[in-house]
Structure formats: C-alpha cells, structure tokens
Design a protein around this ligand. Structure first.
Ligand code: SF4
Length: 332
C-alpha cells in the first residue's frame, strides 16, 4: 500500500475504474507543479482506458440571449448587471442554418440555449418549432439548455425528442450562495433529477475560478460524481466587465489543468468537455494540454457571448493527435 496519491489513483482509477473520492480529489488538487505532467498523463490514460480515444464534438446556439432575471455573478447575460449583452431572439431559419453548419464539422450534438430562469410557454413553443425544423433538414442529436424546469416541462422536452439536457450546478453547494442568490443549488439539483428520470442524458458542469477554495473544488467534483451525469462541461471564469465577478483573477493555467485532471479522476467514465474560458486561462496550447489530460469533448463555434477558437483549429488538433470524432449513434 502506498500513500502517494498518484500511485494510488493509478491503481484505483486506472486499473480498477473506481473514481477518486472527495478527500482524494483534494490531494490531487494540492499536488505541486512539478507533478503536473505526471498527473495529466495519468488522467489521459484513465480517459483512454475508460472512455476510449473518441472525442465528441458539439455545437451550441443561443436562441434567446441576454436579459435573464437571475443574478449568477459570472454571467454577462443577466439583465441585473451593467454587462453589454442585450436581449435578442434568434429566428428559426437561422437556427436551422446553425445546425447545418454544426453538422458539417462532424459534430453529433447541437445544443439550443436560452438565457432564462426557466422556459415559459412562448419559449417552449419556439424550441418545439426549432427542433422540428432542424429534424427535417439535419441529421444531428438535439440538446437543450433552458434553465430550471417543472415536471411538466421535463415531460414536454422528452416528448419532443430532446436527447440531452444541460443544466449546470455551477459550483460546490457550499459556495453556491456566493455565486447566485436568486435561486438555490437544490432547485438546480431537482431539475437534474427530473431530467435523468425522464430518460434524457444529463449534461452538468460548472465554472472554476469563482473564488472557491480547493476544498470546494473537490466538493464540487464529488457532487458531480454523485449526480453521475453523462457529460460534464468544465468552464473557467472569464471575468466579464460589468458582472460582480468582473474583477476576479483568471485561474492560473497550472491550476486549471490540475482541475481538469482531478475531475477526470473523479469521473473516469464521464464525457468531460472543455467549455468556455479556455482560451483566456490556458492560451493557445490549452486545447492540446487538456485533450491530453483527460478532456474528451469539445465545442465548436462560439461560446454564447464570447468568441471561442475557430472550429477548424480544434478539429485539426484532433486530427494531429489521431483522435477520432465520435460518430452519430456510435453508442447505440
Ligand atoms: S440563469 Fe443562466 S443566463 Fe441567467 S444569469 Fe444565470 S447563468 Fe446567466
């Protein structure tokens, strides 16, 4: 028996496929920079062993942007801050066009996002019409991210054939009230529970670098492991001017990469996706380091309110690394 956390993780996670527990994740997050490469390499081995070499590519489109009544302190789409994002709706032809462009990149998932507390009737009708129009023209799975849901709304989305629902817990339960005050972590958890029960895939992640401690980062990884989502999008805070978190420091690159690897060890079989904030935290090399450190899903196109890297750059990278893009229905 060893007390070195990486030797232990190798045996527990890589060999046996058992996730690291919360206290173990914390130990990983506390590793010194000198051991970062060793950690990333182990996280990569775990991902290859328990998920395989495929990378899922997804597109994301904002159906309704800005003007949200909630106060998530990181979000430039809240109508409560002086952020520059103004409220706007996308029409159905533009939605279909975006789905077509997304499918062309090889993406298998197209996520329709709205900046709302939860959907109202008008939004759900728009989503239903959008899904039908996309179905008629594009071969792609459809995901939605429309905020908190009632049971009735969950059932409606399931009936529309929504394949996956994204709803982020954002941060550890113990840190949530420092990030959002207009709704609770438990309300978010309840939506996720109903989504999973209705048979949709659950996509749930959050944002790192919002002032949480390493203990809370480990707590968050353990929260997600308990939820057991199909996919976890990991964002790094990109401090947006005008939001309450506008003046926070960007997460240092080593901390961001350590977190990616630690989340992989806490979620050995989950799809782990680089979402927003990657460029500002990790720079140009970040994509490669992440994809060789536990990440196995990426977004093409823009990140809703800030521009990400162009799709081609990421797709070329996957090609260079000889990682195949997951094909549609490959898991059926
Ligand atoms: S609910 Fe979503 S869109 Fe609204 S402020 Fe929070 S993160 Fe932004």
């Amino acid at each position: 028996m060893t007390d070195d956390i990486l030797a232990l993780a190798r045996e527990q996670v890589l060999e046996r496929g058992e996730a690291l527990r919360r206290d173990q994740v914390l130990e990983v997050l506390q590793l010194p920079d000198e051991r970062l490469e060793e950690l990333l390499s182990l996280a990569h081995d775990v991902r290859m062993r328990w998920c395989g070499p495929e990378v899922e590519v997804e597109g994301i489109i904002s159906l309704k942007t800005g003007g949200c009544p909630e106060d998530c302190h990181f979000c430039s789409q809240s109508g409560l801050f002086s952020s520059p994002v103004r409220s706007a709706w996308l029409d159905i032809p533009s939605l279909v066009e975006a789905a077509k462009q997304t499918a062309k990149t090889g993406a298998t998932e197209f996520c329709i996002v709205a900046a709302v507390r939860g959907p109202d009737e008008r939004l759900l009708a728009q989503v239903a019409a959008g899904i039908e129009a996309i179905r008629n023209e594009v071969d792609i799975q459809i995901a939605c991210s429309l905020g908190m849901l009632t049971q009735e709304q969950v059932d409606q989305l399931a009936a529309m054939g929504v394949h996956r629902y994204n709803h982020n817990l954002e941060t550890a339960r113990s840190h949530f009230t420092k990030v959002v005050t207009t709704h609770t972590w438990e309300e978010r958890w309840e939506t996720l529970r109903m989504v999973a029960e209705a048979g949709m895939e659950v996509c749930c992640g959050g944002i790192l670098g919002m002032g949480e401690t390493l203990e809370q980062r480990a707590e968050f990884a353990a929260d997600l492991a308990e939820l057991n989502p199909h996919e976890v999008p990991l964002n790094f805070l990109n401090p947006r001017p005008g939001t309450p978190f506008g003046d926070l420091e960007v997460l240092p690159p080593a901390d961001a990469l350590r977190a990616v690897a630690a989340f992989r060890l806490a979620l050995p079989r989950t799809m782990l996706r680089f979402a927003g904030g990657r460029e500002i935290t990790l720079g140009d090399l970040g994509a490669k380091q992440g994809i060789l450190g536990g990440i196995n899903a990426i977004i093409v196109g823009n990140y809703l309110t800030t521009l990400g890297r162009p799709a081609e750059t990421d797709l070329e990278l996957l090609d260079d690394l000889q990682m195949p893009i997951k094909a549609l229905n490959a898991s059926l």
